[in-house]
Design a protein around this ligand. Structure first.
Ligand SMILES: COc1cc(/C=C/C(=O)SCCNC(=O)CCNC(=O)[C@H](O)C(C)(C)COP(=O)(O)OP(=O)(O)OC[C@H]2O[C@@H](n3cnc4c(N)ncnc43)[C@H](O)[C@@H]2OP(=O)(O)O)ccc1O
Ligand SMILES: O=C(O)CCC(=O)C(=O)O
Ligand SMILES: [Fe+2]
Length: 355
């Protein structure tokens, strides 16, 4: 009998806090049935992406004052919704430290990590979990995560796990400059006359950092690390390690494009909030993550968001010439709650804001 048949998988992974990492470490030979995805959501086995379907743009931010670079950024945001940046100004040491801190957090005993679960965490701003929304998912995803919503340094000092707190704060702090630079360029591309405090606060009023852990998987061809989704942020800054597995939809051909890891780079993607604010000019594109058969993978996204209390909708400048508003105005926290209460379902979340 398979080991997972004699085990209450959900109880072990979710309630006891072992996560999918604990499950992987039992040395299972086959994937528990709870993780088997329907065929249409699985990754094509044996189709190794060698870049033959193209790749998302790689942009050198050391020349970010050049018109050419600003244009490349706005074009990438319109066509791909994704690009990678190098020479971004976030020190390599900060990136290495936050990757080490991710491994350190997930290396803690289950009882320690469980203190941060939805049921045990003393604050909603710190959450250790697994899959995406296990309560409603028909098939689980092969991923554990720690999610940290930034309120203040003092709050972080009181509640964030000590083993990764400073590294997460440093990573967020050092990314702010490049994020602001990207927003300035993107807003210029929408003909916004000035980048004032109001627009800055709507675009980057709150930040959340997630630590994602994808353990090696006995049957990666049957499951997913993360299912098809688009982020609900305005912009996401993603640090991935050297393993690979992130795929982005080419919205013209509908093919899945692998985001090959580039040492020292950061992946940037447009989220739903910016798609809505730009009235569809900038695209929040579907992406997903495969599971890996022999290595543990990590990634560390920073989700840059409006504040939960902000109302978001198309900016006046993008509908001033009589264009139809594709989206209505919605309370941002309602939008995010809608996202979190269902399983990953590709681009469906944005229907919530359709006019
Ligand atoms: C986890 O795997 C993921 C995550 C993602 C994320 C992609 C993003 O783009 S994240 C950016 C999210 N935006 C923000 O954080 C914006 C600011 N925050 C808010 O608006 C609020 O903090 C809130 C997220 C709406 C929570 O508000 P609150 O009033 O505290 O409401 P709750 O009742 O606690 O939560 C509502 C609902 O959401 C679930 N939830 C909350 N936080 C998380 C979280 N960090 N991870 C997962 N789920 C979360 C919570 O369980 C509640 O559901 P119930 O059914 O229990 O009511 C992309 C891909 C991934 O695989
Ligand atoms: O792990 C990755 O590369 C991407 C994860 C992701 O899409 C997310 O956390 O929203
Ligand atoms: Fe994502």
């Amino acid at each position: 009998m398979a080991l997972s048949n004699s085990l209450n998988v959900l109880d072990f992974v979710v309630n006891k806090g072992h996560g999918v990492k604990g499950l992987a470490e039992l040395g299972l030979k086959t994937l528990p049935k709870q993780y088997i995805q329907p065929p249409e959501e699985r990754f094509d086995p044996g189709v190794a992406d060698q870049g033959q379907h193209g790749s998302i743009p790689l942009i050198d931010m050391s020349r970010s004052d050049d018109l050419e670079i600003a244009e490349a950024i706005c074009n990438a945001a319109q066509k791909w919704g994704f690009f990678q940046i190098v020479n971004h100004g976030v020190p390599v040491r900060v990136l290495e430290d936050v990757k080490d801190a991710t491994h350190a957090f997930f290396g803690l005993p289950a009882e320690e990590k469980q203190k941060y679960s939805k049921e045990h965490s003393v604050t909603n701003n710190v959450r250790y979990g697994t899959s995406f929304t296990p309560e409603v998912e028909k098939a689980l995803e092969w991923k554990d995560y720690l999610s940290l919503f930034f309120v203040s340094k003092d709050e972080a000092a009181s509640y964030w796990p000590p083993v990764c707190r400073n590294q997460a704060l440093e990573y967020m702090k050092s990314s702010e400059i490049i994020v602001k630079k990207l927003f300035k360029i993107l807003m210029n591309g929408l003909n916004l006359r000035e980048f004032d405090e109001t627009i800055e606060s709507t675009l980057m009023g709150s930040m959340r950092v997630n630590f994602n852990y994808y353990p090696k998987c006995p049957n990666p061809e049957l499951t997913v690390g993360v299912g098809r989704h688009s982020d609900v942020s305005t912009l996401t800054v993603l640090l991935q390690d050297d393993i690979g597995g992130l795929y982005v939809r080419n919205t013209e051909t509908m093919e899945w494009i692998h985001v090959a890891p580039v040492n020292g780079s950061l992946v940037i993607n447009i989220g739903d909030a910016l798609q809505i604010m730009s009235n569809g000019k900038y695209k929040s594109v579907e992406h997903r993550v495969s599971a890996h058969g022999s290595r543990n993978r990590i990634s560390v996204p920073i989700f840059v968001n409006p504040k939960p209390s902000d109302i978001i909708g198309p900016l006046p400048e993008v509908v001033q010439n009589g264009e139809n508003s594709l989206y209505k105005h919605v309370l941002y926290s309602d939008y995010v709650k809608h996202f979190f209460r269902k399983s990953h379902d590709g681009k469906a979340t944005i229907e919530f804001a359709k006019a």
